[in-house]
Write a new protein. Structure first.
Length: 121
């Protein structure tokens, strides 16, 4: 299961081996200075709109309603989001970024409130 934590001046999204294979990506590192907002969200799988022209998959694995791991276009072809979302997890974090490779990170977690506190403290 994906885990997200603060590591010095970076946020690190750690992926399990299976998640790395699905996402076709290694762990994601983002400078803390790029974080604009951290929100706890219900139904993080619904934040991935599916394979529509405005939110189509770039790299990774996606099964509507079940899981989303990898890079997706975020509204336009110049903006991308990264998802590590298990559809069986009802809650997660949505991290909005400025000036980073991704515009958003969406992660399903068991304890998103505690994780948010650890990231923003």
């Amino acid at each position: 299961m994906a885990d997200i934590a603060r590591d010095g001046d970076q946020i690190v999204l750690n992926l399990s081996t299976g998640e790395r294979i699905l996402a076709m990506h290694r762990d994601v590192r983002v400078p803390l200075s790029a974080v604009n907002r951290v929100d706890v969200v219900d139904g993080p799988i619904r934040r991935i709109r599916g394979l529509k022209p405005r939110n189509s998959k770039v790299f990774g694995g996606y099964w509507p309603g079940w899981f989303a791991y990898g890079s997706f276009f975020d509204g336009t072809f110049r903006r991308r989001l990264f998802a590590a979302v298990n559809g069986h997890k009802p809650r997660g974090l949505e991290i909005t970024l400025d000036g980073a490779k991704y515009t958003r990170l969406i992660v399903s977690l068991d304890h998103p409130d505690a994780t948010k506190t650890g990231l923003t403290a």
